[in-house]
Design a protein around this ligand. Sequence first.
Ligand code: NAD
Ligand code: ZN
Length: 359
Amino acid sequence: MGYRNFPMVPKVVFGSGSFDQLKQILAPQRKDRSPFVFLVDDVFENNTELTDRITLEYNDKLIFVSTIEEPKTTQVDAIVNRIRAEYKQLPSGIIGIGGGSVLDLAKAVSILLTNPGGAADYQGWDLVSKKAVYHVGIPTISGTGAEVSRTCVLTGPEKKLGINSDFTPFDQVILDPDLCIGVPKNQWFYTGMDCFIHCVESLQGTFLNAFSQSYGEKAYDLCVEIFLGDGNTAEESRAKLMMASWHGGMSIAYSQVGVAHALSYGLSYVLGTKHGIGNCIVFNQLEEFYPEGVKLFKQMMAKHQIDLPKGICSQLTEAQMETMIDTALGLVPLWENALGDNWQEVATREKLRELYLKM
Ligand code: NAD
Ligand code: ZN
């Protein structure tokens, strides 16, 4: 037994327009003219305003990645193989520019470039033994906390689970709130609520400690201010949500998420429901676990006129429902955090089925 020795992102730049410092930040990291590989959300493919600000030198490469589906272990392996086939040396660095999906992909690729085998071999806790390639995270939407966390969540052949390791966190993060300007409203809400839900689950959890609480309370208050208040300009809101995401990520890093994330993983595994919207669909039904948080969440939905899909589990086969319940119940630490040691008395298969059928 001992307390966790938690690695943090060692370097971070914050500020409107700070993305323009990327070239200057990368220059000293270049090794023997070997390339930087930029993984960029393909939502920016025709957006020269962003891509013109990325300077490609030597044989640097820009790869656009689709985020229609959340990152898969096979997608990580494919990108790693492509980089290995194209270059004799290891890249100088991997730079992920996008939301949680692209940030997680960038983390995973940087790990798999120096560790043998495939991404699925490392899904779990502390299975990575070699330091990753230098990697930089640049979020373009706020909420997941992926920019600061020690994990990168991947869907593999057998499970949806992160590569949790000391080598996962970014070496450098650039927080430029202006990069979030084009985010569509619904997506802004769903990913923003991921942050709010991280805070509720951390603050209401049995693993709570002063470290997590100090970050979680700040992020929670910021979310309430952003999603229910009227005092901020759009620019202030963007900057504050970016910091809420960071603090929310720091909060769960030293505690754990809870019921909403456990059930949301089940939706994602069986139906492919994306993390942000999946969390919202689940959280909307969790009054009995998180009364205060769900009450505020409903007010936020009303204020921003968000409609969630309904009846998404009504067409499930019995086998799919069983898989969904198995996936959710398999996330033992989340249940322990949410409900304590006797969690199995509350989180029964019948209870989960009843909740899923309400969604
Ligand atoms: P995302 O990365 O999937 O992006 C959501 C949508 O927003 C995409 O369509 C994307 O193209 C679009 N988008 C992003 N930036 C944009 C911009 N500036 N303008 C216009 N559109 C933009 O969504 P997300 O919610 O940020 O991330 C979800 C992923 O993060 C999931 O895969 C989840 O598992 C993962 N996650 C990881 C952690 C972690 O700690 N590593 C934590 C929570 C979630
Ligand atoms: Zn989350």
